[in-house]
Design a protein around this ligand. Structure first.
Ligand code: ADE
Length: 228
């Protein structure tokens, strides 16, 4: 089984590369892909750089060029739901693009014809995640993630995304990865640890907690691999 593990920023995959220790590096399309094996699994790891376009390119490459059969995303997110706090790990049930807007033509936010507002993550991977969390006594939250090409650091915008999409957290890649995996029929799941509250202090909080929260998410991914 070949598994892709993807992040958006170098900080999001460094804990994984440090854990695996040795890997091969392959340059492709202005990016680097890292291959290794772990407990009988073939792994291909990459960070996409920030945003939906970069994430779509990387997810497609991981699947079409490297032959990944499942994809796990690991990274950090801003909390929209007040019950989520810095360091909490969240598995996405479904993802949506909060900045996709053709409401001028009567469509709901996040929708384009022949698409859907929400793309669901793989139910088996989600079930496995809960099993792993339970077995290892890790607290794992579940929720909707809203993705857009914007770092959310404003209370009004945050409330709008929270209410419009019933979303629990926000980030800048997950929904585009979801669209790619759904189209290419690759089971996928998105894990995010909270780094900030997507409010006026989000920039400071993100800088402070990026590394530690990215580690929380990566550690959960490693625990998942032990059970795959
Ligand atoms: N990733 C982590 N925090 C975020 C935020 N507040 N907005 C967008 N992406 C994020």
């Amino acid at each position: 089984m070949k598994i892709a593990i993807m992040g958006a920023m170098v900080e999001e995959i460094t804990p994984l590369l440090d854990f695996f220790g040795s890997y091969e590096t392959i340059a492709f399309a202005k990016n680097r892909y890292y291959t290794t094996t772990y407990k009988g699994l073939e792994l291909v790891i990459a960070y996409s750089k920030i945003g939906k376009v970069n994430a779509s390119l990387t997810a497609t490459t991981l699947i079409e060029k490297f032959g990944a059969e499942q994809l796990l995303f690991s990274g950090v997110a801003g909390a929209l739901n007040p019950n989520l706090h810095v360091g909490d790990v969240l598995v996405a049930t479904a993802l949506t693009q909060h900045d996709l807007d053709i409401t001028a033509f009567g469509h709901p936010h996040g929708y384009v014809p022949e698409g859907s507002v929400y793309v669901e993550t793989d139910a088996s991977l989600r079930a496995l995640a809960h099993k792993v969390a339970h077995a290892q006594n890790i607290s794992l939250q579940e929720g909707i993630i809203a993705t857009g090409d914007q770092f959310i650091c404003d209370g009004t915008k945050k409330e709008w995304i929270y209410k419009t999409f019933n979303a629990d957290a926000t980030e800048m890649e997950g929904a585009s990865v979801a669209v790619v995996c759904d189209a290419l029929k690759i089971p996928f799941c998105v894990f995010r640890a909270i780094s900030d509250a997507a409010d006026m202090d989000a920039g400071f909080s993100f800088d402070e907690f990026l590394v530690s929260s990215a580690k929380e998410s990566a550690q959960f991914i490693i625990a998942m691999l032990d059970e795959l």
